[in-house]
Design a protein around this ligand. Structure first.
Ligand SMILES: CC(C)(COP(=O)(O)OP(=O)(O)OC[C@H]1O[C@@H](n2cnc3c(N)ncnc32)[C@H](O)[C@@H]1OP(=O)(O)O)[C@@H](O)C(=O)NCCC(=O)NCCS
Length: 154
C-alpha cells in the first residue's frame, strides 16, 4: 500500500538515497537539495512516498497562503504548489507519481485551498503529459522558464 509520511529524522537518509535517471536530472533537484532548500522556503512541506516499508519517492509542496511564501505578483496565494516530485528510477512507471498527485490534491483540499499548481520543464521526457492527463491545465504563464499548470478545486 502506498503511504505518504512527513519528512522526519528517521526517513531523511532513505529518502536522500533515492535518485532519478541520468537523463532526468535536469527535471528535478536532488532530494538532499530539496531538504536543504526547504529550510528557507516558507510554507514548504516534504513527504516521503513509501510502499511496503520501502522509500520509493518524494513529493514536496508549498502552501502558498503561508504569510512568508515567496510569491510573485501574479501568484494566487489560495493555492498549494507542487514544488518537487520524484520517483526513484527503479520504481517509475508503477503508479506512484499519479498517487502522489492525488495526495497533493487531497492535501490542498484539506487545507481548504482553491488551486493546485505545478510548473514543469517542457522538454522531451518531462512529466508534462502526466500532469495534463491528471487534469492540470496550462495557465499560459512561464515561470522561471517552466510551463505553469493549474487545477481549480472549488
Ligand atoms: C514524473 C515522475 C514523478 C512520474 O512518476 P511515475 O511513478 O513514473 O508515474 P506513474 O507510474 O504514476 O505514471 C502515471 C502515468 O503518467 C505517464 N507518465 C509518467 N511519467 C511520464 C513522462 N515523463 N512522460 C510521459 N508520460 C509519463 C505514465 O505512462 C502513466 O500513464 P498511464 O496511467 O496511462 O499508464 C517520475 O517519472 C520521475 O521521477 N521523473 C523524473 C523527475 C521528474 O521529472 N519530476 C517531475 C518534476 S516537475
Amino acid at each position: 500500500m502506498v503511504e505518504f509520511t512527513f519528512l522526519s529524522q528517521e526517513t531523511l537518509r532513505p529518502l536522500a538515497a533515492l535518485s532519478v535517471r541520468e537523463d532526468q536530472t535536469g527535471f528535478v533537484a536532488t532530494n538532499l537539495m530539496t531538504m536543504a532548500q526547504s529550510i528557507f522556503e516558507a510554507g514548504s512541506e516534504i513527504y516521503g512516498i513509501w510502499d511496503g516499508g520501502e522509500a520509493v519517492g518524494l513529493i514536496a509542496i508549498i502552501d502558498m497562503s503561508h504569510p512568508d511564501a515567496d510569491l510573485d505578483d501574479e501568484d494566487d496565494p489560495d493555492g498549494v504548489y507542487i514544488w518537487r516530485l520524484m520517483v526513484d528510477q527503479s520504481r517509475q512507471g508503477q503508479g506512484y507519481g499519479k498517487a502522489a498527485l492525488e495526495f497533493a490534491k487531497s492535501v490542498a483540499l484539506e487545507k481548504g485551498r482553491a488551486n493546485l499548481v505545478i510548473s514543469v520543464v517542457d522538454a522531451p521526457g518531462s512529466a508534462l503529459p502526466l500532469y495534463q492527463s491528471f487534469g492540470l491545465v496550462p495557465t499560459g504563464r512561464l515561470v522561471d522558464g517552466e510551463v505553469e499548470l493549474i487545477m481549480r478545486l472549488v
